[in-house]
Design a protein around this ligand. Structure first.
Ligand code: SAH
Length: 314
């Protein structure tokens, strides 16, 4: 059976809502594989949505795909894929991504791994985080930089998506105890599969990753395991600011927080929110419009300006 691809232009909001569509096609014997792509960094709002099918899709199914990107008003492009082995085709476009010592690749690109790489095998799928996006890339660079410093024993990856950052942390600190959470149960299912593929054990012990479905920090296990020597949160500026108090609190003295998902013009606001809760900026990885912030909780709280009364001069 030949493969078919249906491509639609999509807005960023539509693309970002796609994980919600995970089970939309569950009634089909062979549900399509959905991928989103941000084609041109200079036009960050113009995304593409591609649906890959086993065999020619019916008009009815195409209409259902079109409903995921209403802005395209049904103007998609349907093409038959030339290759018999089309399932690998959907991943061929996803080139391996290098960020410091990390190499994130799909199974089709396993041959890109070089000795010494911290390789992470992530199947292109519905959960966000194949390393292609600037925010994931920035977080991986930040992890690589922190991994040149001291050991981390207790790590939280909030909004884990495909599990990419949690697995990256396990590569960098193999004996760390890690918990990875997501608000979206599909992400947690995908992450569970990615742990198996990447030979990372699931569980609570050192060297393992525990998984949780949770909204932000509101979870018994996340609370019980804190405070953390490292927290990663690649979400979006709005929720990062809204949750700044809870997230900041979970960072141990001397611990670090990697934040991404914010746009360049939002960095000031996000930094200010976390500074209010005792975290100070350490460094920033500029990746075009999607910077990654690394903040730290000083071992001793910073003193704010001068506190004593000014001595009157006589
Ligand atoms: N960490 C991955 C994925 C980032 S995408 C990476 O760096 O590539 C952001 C993820 O955060 C999504 O999987 C989304 O479901 C999750 N998310 C969004 N809001 C959240 C919240 N309030 N609590 C937990 N997870 C959240």
């Amino acid at each position: 059976m030949s493969g078919w691809k249906y491509t639609l232009a999509a807005t960023r909001a539509e693309a970002e809502a796609l994980p919600d569509a995970a089970d939309l096609f569950d009634d089909l014997p062979s549900p399509p594989t959905l991928l989103v792509d941000e084609p041109d960094p200079d036009r960050p709002d113009d995304w593409l949505l591609a649906a890959y099918f086993d065999g020619e899709p019916t008009a009815d199914v195409l209409t259902r795909v079109e409903a995921l990107a209403p802005s395209a008003a049904g103007r998609g492009t349907l093409e038959e894929l030339p290759d018999d082995d089309w399932t690998t085709l959907s991943q061929r476009g996803l080139e391996p991504v290098r960020a410091g010592r990390f190499l994130v690749h799909t199974p089709a690109h396993a041959d890109a791994v070089r000795p010494g790489d911290w390789a992470i095998d992530i199947e292109a799928g519905l959960a966000f985080g194949t390393g292609q996006h600037a925010t994931t890339h920035g977080c991986l660079q930040a992890l690589d930089r922190l991994a040149k410093g001291r050991r981390r024993r207790n790590i939280l990856d909030l909004g884990t998506g495909s599990g990419v950052l949690a697995i990256a942390a396990a590569r960098a600190w193999p004996d760390a105890a890690i918990i990875a959470s997501d608000i979206d149960p599909v992400s947690v299912t995908v992450t569970r599969a990615n742990l198996v593929i990447n030979r990372v054990m699931r569980g609570r012990a050192a060297g393992h990753i525990e998984l949780a479905v949770a909204t932000g920090m509101a979870n018994r296990r996340i609370a019980a395991r804190g405070p953390y020597t490292l927290v990663t949160a690649n979400i979006l500026a709005g929720p990062l600011v809204a949750m700044s108090r809870e997230i900041a609190r979970a960072v141990a003295p001397g611990g670090d927080l990697i934040l991404a998902g914010l746009l360049d013009f939002q960095a000031l606001r996000v930094r200010a929110a976390y500074r209010r809760h005792g975290l100070i900026p350490k460094h920033q990885h500029p990746r075009g419009e999607w910077p990654t912030l690394v903040l730290t909780r000083p071992v001793r709280p910073a003193t704010r300006g001068t506190t004593g009364r000014r001595r009157r001069q006589v």
